[in-house]
Write a protein that binds this ligand. Structure first.
Ligand SMILES: [Fe+2]
Ligand SMILES: [Fe+2]
Length: 388
């Protein structure tokens, strides 16, 4: 979206409040004309005059969406497509392959290693995958219903599949085999004083997982041979699940602050709520990880250690493994009382921040320049959206 387009974005605000419209006619004159350029079918069919009348009688914010709303939804659609792609890979090997989530035939050894985190892991992986599929399909269908362009990333499905038995051999969008997993979600949500929105930073829970490249799925059947290395792969997945879903838990409330249509707000809040449920589930499961001494990847030579986070030098609220809900912390201002919240939620640069975080995790290693250009464009457009 160019800045010019952005200025021309619809302003349903004036359609909701005739009184406000009358108060500043010159400003609203511009808004009224630009409103007709909006993507809402109803808006396009009405004159500027009748628009105000219709607005007074209906709830225009519900059905008319702006260019900014479309940009936010298009970025979210792309994010959901990427999420589906990665969860699909987990499901093929460690989840339940059925008519709801088809594809793959399972890796019993990997599924058993993952089940160390919870006996129901395969069901949770299946359900998370199905959720992402429906998020992707719904947002795209909603865009189409509003006359907007849906998002497809099919041309970028070029990354290799795992060669382990159980995985489909198809082109992928995401790479789960070279991850540098940011585990600061663990300490960020346990801190009673820090908030990334107030400039605070947080230590890694599993520092060796955040550096070097680690696989979260067996790359080949050889990765199943060492029980300890296979468990390290499953632990890596356990921390990566929550890393991904923490992203969604924050992304939706961040962008919600800049949508205009109340219907789009409803969509963003409703899907965002599911993302928070995902994060809650995975932050609970990650705490059950198997403590492991330094384990070296036999292929890359990279090592990872899963220490007991309940013991010194860890322990305390920042690391305690049975904390699965956010500790109350500073929010908006340190002068206000601590409160239990999702964090971060600052809206500025939300889409690009999410894209950069996923990129830093190594999720797109091997992707083309065209892929990054496409995703960056969607992120820039979404971040230009303003609530009107
Ligand atoms: Fe999702
Ligand atoms: Fe999700």
């Amino acid at each position: 979206m160019t800045k010019e387009n952005h200025v021309a974005t619809a302003s349903p605000e004036i359609t909701q409040s005739g009184g406000e419209g009358a108060a500043s006619p010159s400003k609203n004159g511009v808004k009224r004309r630009s409103f007709l350029k909006s993507l809402g079918v109803a808006g396009a069919a009405l004159s500027g005059g009748s628009l105000l009348t219709a607005a007074a009688e209906a709830s225009p914010r519900a059905s008319i969406i702006t260019v900014g709303d479309v940009a936010i939804l298009r970025f979210l659609a792309a994010a959901e497509i990427l999420e589906t792609d990665l969860w699909q890979q987990y499901n093929e090997l460690g989840g339940i392959q059925d008519s709801e989530v088809p594809g793959g035939s399972g890796s019993p050894a990997y599924a058993a290693a993952i089940s160390f985190l919870d006996g129901d892991m395969s069901q949770y992986i299946h359900d998370n995958t199905e959720d992402e599929m429906t998020h992707e399909v719904f947002i795209n269908a909603y865009l189409v219903s509003k006359g907007a362009e849906p998002v497809s990333l099919d041309q970028f499905r070029t990354l290799p599949s795992s060669q382990a038995t159980g995985a489909q051999q198809i082109g992928r969008l995401t790479n789960l085999m070279q991850l540098s997993v940011d585990t600061t979600w663990w300490t960020r949500n346990r801190s009673r004083t820090g908030n990334p929105d107030l400039g605070d930073t947080f230590p890694q829970a599993i520092p060796s997982l955040a550096v070097g490249q680690h696989t979260a799925i067996p790359r080949t059947d050889e990765d199943l041979e060492s029980a300890n290395f296979l468990q390290a792969i499953a632990n890596t997945a356990g921390f990566h699940f929550a890393t991904i879903e923490q992203g969604g838990s924050s992304l939706y409330p961040k962008v919600a602050q800049r949508v205009t249509s109340s219907e789009v707000l409803r969509i963003v809040l409703s899907i965002g709520g599911t993302e928070i449920m995902h994060f809650q589930t995975w932050s609970d499961k990650a705490g059950n990880y198997k403590r492991l001494p330094a384990i070296t990847d036999p292929v890359t030579g990279v090592s990872v250690t899963f220490k007991d986070l309940n013991s010194p030098p860890f322990g305390g609220e920042d690391f305690q493994t049975n904390l699965i809900m956010p500790e109350p912390t500073a929010f908006i201002s340190r002068k206000l009382p601590p409160v239990s919240i999702i964090r971060p939620t600052q809206t500025k640069g939300a889409a690009m921040g999410a894209l950069n975080a996923l990129t830093a995790d190594g999720l797109f290693i091997g992707q083309s320049k065209d892929f990054f250009n496409f995703m960056r464009t969607l992120a820039i457009e979404a971040d230009l959206a303003v609530r009107e």
